[in-house]
Design a protein around this ligand. Structure first.
Ligand SMILES: Cc1cc2nc3c(=O)[nH]c(=O)nc-3n(C[C@H](O)[C@H](O)[C@H](O)COP(=O)(O)OP(=O)(O)OC[C@H]3O[C@@H](n4cnc5c(N)ncnc54)[C@H](O)[C@@H]3O)c2cc1C
Length: 490
């Protein structure tokens, strides 16, 4: 089927205003934030999708998927467009982007049963604002909260800034509805727990649009007590001290909503007004007043245990103010993009990994040492550091952050700068048994390591793909490595 015929057939399923073929918008839809510099410079080398379509019901999603499945048309599901790893990038000539724009209803806020149901295209901020008015919170607060949408947040297994208390999205999703390439609509009901076989929510959560299209999500709600929030900050000698204190707090059973430690270099960008050339450790306690009081005591006790590594306490107001300005609005995203048209630099590129407590500091040191020694453009780095921002009883994450000046053609940037940096981070992580991907998803640019990430369990991942998407129409190249995609990767 050619592009013209696809558009003709689409007009029998959708109304004219549900089919977008505007050239600029197709260019925008052909890649995400991974290649934002090349995109801003108009040198993207990937095919344009045929159209962006806006179904207004799960039934229309089902019709569209059946049509694409029958005619071997690649499908890219799209929500808030905040993807960072190439999950929205297009590698096929025949591609439809199915955007959740019109799946935009909050269906139910049920405070007695403490859960809320929203369609995939509802921005998290909208749901959060609605439940806050009733004294509740979803507990989910990724930095992209003002822009990211419920379907995308679930599809990427996202995590928010208050995860140490509320968990990642996988701890929040109660039930959901999703549509498979053969048009089958599956609805997973909303119950408090179940043991009816494997937990099938996880086939949809984190699938990055490679197995099914998520149309509706039900998440937990929590009572919200902003009047009880407490903030803590410390300047510390090194990042190892920070990790030891985080572990002490978690091992003693406390759950501050925020528990983070920053390397000196990363602290310089976030806390330049008070970091005094030191690493930084921060906490936030929230919940009802008794829990906050106990958590505050637990944090202070842990800090005391490692007093040798603590330089000084920071005024809590400084930490509170910093938090209030952490999220990114659509304007911030647009301004950054505009800036790339003028400036030859990349700020705030990240690779996030996870491992157990004893392994994280080793990965951190190995990565920094290897980059300094091996990366041929090390002289162009204007910042290299990291922070741990999500902790668990058995370990934590590390968010490597790097900024650099770009001295090459825009189309070569990822190959010359980002790819070698990410390769070192992923290799060192996998070598020591960590996960190469803590929360941004695999997208298309970590798929070269998917098999190594999962080892013998890749069999399970591969079998899901062949069972649910036997014709391979769902988001070609995302999560699952593809020979044909290599030309875009390196
Ligand atoms: C400034 C900024 C800050 C960020 N902060 C965080 C953070 O704190 N924590 C975090 O986890 N992530 C963060 N991210 C990454 C990103 O916001 C998350 O991955 C988010 O979950 C993506 O949601 P979205 O609606 O924008 O999805 P999109 O970007 O539209 O899509 C992301 C992926 O999900 C798939 N997808 C989208 N909708 C559906 C659907 N309905 N069904 C099936 N598949 C679908 C897409 O095909 C794609 O592969 C950040 C990104 C930015 C730009």
């Amino acid at each position: 089927m050619d592009r013209k015929k696809v558009l003709e057939e689409l007009s029998t399923i959708l109304k004219v205003d549900q089919i977008n073929t505007n050239h600029e918008e197709l260019y925008d839809a052909s890649a995400d934030r991974y290649k934002k510099y090349a995109k801003a410079r108009k040198v993207l080398d990937v095919p344009l999708p045929i159209a962006i379509v806006y179904p207004n019901s799960p039934a229309q999603v089902s019709q569209l998927l059946m049509f694409c499945n029958k005619n071997q048309i690649n499908v890219i599901a799209r929500g808030g467009k905040t993807a960072t790893e190439g999950g929205l990038e297009n590698w096929k000539d025949l591609t439809l982007v199915i955007d959740a724009l019109l799946l935009n209803k909050i269906l139910k806020i049920d405070v007695y049963n403490m859960q809320a149901t929203a369609q995939a295209g509802v921005p998290l901020q909208q749901l959060e604002d609605a439940v806050r008015k009733m004294g509740y919170t979803t507990g989910h607060s990724p930095q992209s909260k003002p822009v990211a949408k419920m379907g995308g947040l679930v599809a990427t297994r996202s995590i928010g800034q208050f995860s140490t208390l509320y968990g990642g999205i996988e701890d929040m999703v109660v039930g959901l509805e999703c549509v498979f390439p053969n048009g089958h609509v599956s609805r997973i009901k909303n119950v408090s727990r179940r043991a009816g076989g494997p937990d099938i929510r996880h086939i949809a959560i984190g699938n990055e649009g490679t197995l099914c299209y998520i149309t509706e999500v039900t998440v937990k709600l929590f009572r919200y007590f902003p009047e009880n929030h407490q903030f803590f900050g410390y300047l510390i000698k090194d990042i190892e001290t920070g990790i030891k204190v985080l572990r002490e707090v978690m091992a003693n059973g406390y759950r501050p909503s925020v528990a983070r430690t920053y390397s000196e270099e990363d602290a310089a960008q976030h806390f330049y007004h008070f970091y005094k050339n030191h690493c930084v450790l921060i906490f936030m306690a929230e919940g009802n007043s008794d829990i906050v009081a106990a958590t505050a005591k637990g944090i202070e006790q842990a800090v005391k245990t490692f007093a040798d590594g603590i330089v000084e306490k920071v005024e809590s107001k400084l930490i509170q103010d910093w938090f209030n300005h952490l999220n990114w609005s659509q304007k911030d995203i647009d301004d950054e993009f505009e800036g790339m048209i003028e400036n030859d630099s990349h700020a705030g590129f990240t690779t996030e990994i996870s491992a157990d407590w004893e392994t994280i500091p080793k990965i951190y040191r190995n990565v920094i040492a290897r980059i300094r020694k091996e990366f041929s453009r090390a002289a162009d780095l204007t910042m290299l550091g990291g922070h741990s921002s999500h902790s668990y009883s058995n370990g934590t994450n590390m968010y490597f952050v790097y900024n650099y000046k770009i001295h090459c053609n825009p189309e070569d940037e990822m190959r010359i700068y980002h790819h070698p940096l990410q390769t070192i981070i992923v290799e060192e992580t996998l070598k020591l048994g960590g996960s190469m991907c803590h929360h941004h998803g695999i997208g298309k640019y970590r798929n070269e390591w998917t098999k190594e990430e999962h080892g013998s369990a890749y069999y399970m991942l591969e079998t899901l793909k062949s069972a649910f998407d036997p014709k391979g129409i769902m988001n070609f190249g995302t999560i699952y490595p593809q020979e044909e995609g290599k030309k875009y990767q390196k």
